[in-house]
Design a protein around this ligand. Structure first.
Ligand code: NDP
Length: 295
């Protein structure tokens, strides 16, 4: 029995993409060059290929110039950095994204550090991480920003709410916690060493699950009426023999307890690319000294 409001990330993402497309069309009345997004894909990981195609297509549909740089898995770290340095200098490129994960012989931190912070549309560069922590304007990581956008559209002002983030990765958990703190939530970050995780989760008005374990968060860990954001994307065998995607929350039972919940698929996932486009438009505006229509 579902009682929770289902937060439709697909619909919100489509609306945001439309808004961005309109803003690009308006900006282009005075400017011949569209905002440019460069996506670098190393190797042939099937999931990464799907993500990159999706990013390319959605960027082009919204009016961006989108260029994918596909490189073989045995590219050297030096060659990859040379590619990034060229894009850093390219005035037609406003955003650079390196699809992760990279092959083991390449140091992800070195590669992320090579991207100009002003073009770092994934928001992973240490300068942007630092700006997020100190409250300076910066490019923000796309998945947590997408979660925050859904939360604000669902709850309005988040001030004073108890938020629990399960997971402390650099790409989801930690920046999610920082964004919620910036919204004046009282934030707890839980992880694999947390004692009595169910009790910690039960305190949450906002519960964000970013663990990477299918159906991990149980219904009886959720405070009745809480808003649950499920970041997890896990592929599990389906009843028909095909695989299907599930989140980190045991969705059916959880949606009988929560006040609002994101589904998987169709919740956080579509928001990530919408936020990438948002970041690229905002980098374009900043790089061209234009007032950003998204600010
Ligand atoms: P990571 O594997 O980097 O981090 C997982 C986190 O979960 C770690 O901090 C880990 O704790 C914590 N954890 C693991 N087991 C437990 C446990 N038993 N109890 C409490 N905490 C635990 O994953 P990511 O953050 O990169 O991704 C999380 C999920 O989100 C994945 O399913 C991923 O596919 C998905 N994802 C979805 C995106 C989207 O666009 N929707 C984008 C990015 C990720 P510890 O640090 O102690 O090891």
């Amino acid at each position: 029995m579902t009682t929770a409001k289902i937060i439709d990330g697909k619909a919100v993402a489509a609306q945001i993409r439309d808004e961005i497309a309109q803003q690009i069309a308006a900006l282009r009345r005075d400017r011949p060059v569209p905002p440019g997004l460069a996506v670098i894909l190393v190797g042939d990981d099937p999931a990464s290929q799907v993500y990159v195609r999706s990013k390319e297509r959605q960027a082009q549909e919204a009016g961006f110039k989108s260029v994918a740089y596909r490189r073989p898995a045995d590219i050297s770290e030096e060659q990859l950095i040379t590619l990034i340095e060229g894009l850093n200098e390219d005035p037609g490129i406003d955003g650079i994204l390196v699809q992760l994960p990279l092959p083991p012989h390449i140091d992800e931190a070195v590669v992320i550090n090579a991207i100009s912070p002003d073009k770092d549309v994934d928001g992973f560069h240490p300068i942007n991480v630092g700006r997020l922590m100190t409250g300076e304007p910066s490019l923000l990581p796309c998945t947590p920003l997408g979660c925050l956008t859904l939360l604000k559209r669902t709850l309005g002002d988040l001030s004073g709410l108890d938020a629990v983030v399960v997971g402390r990765s650099n790409i989801v958990g930690k920046p999610m916690a920082a964004l919620l703190l910036r919204e004046n939530c009282t934030v707890t970050v839980a992880h694999s060493r947390t004692r009595d995780l169910p009790a910690v989760c039960r305190r949450a008005d906002i519960l964000v699950a970013a663990v990477g374990k299918p159906g991990f968060v149980q219904a009886d860990w959720i405070k009745p009426g809480a808003t649950v954001i499920d970041v997890g994307i896990n592929r599990v065998p389906g009843a028909d023999g095909k695989s299907r995607l599930v989140g980190d929350v045991d969705f059916g039972p959880a949606s009988a307890v929560a006040g609002a919940i994101t589904p998987v698929p169709g919740g956080v996932g579509p928001m990530t690319i919408a936020m990438l486009l948002r970041n690229t438009l905002s980098a374009y505006c900043r790089n061209n000294r234009l007032a950003c229509p998204l600010a």
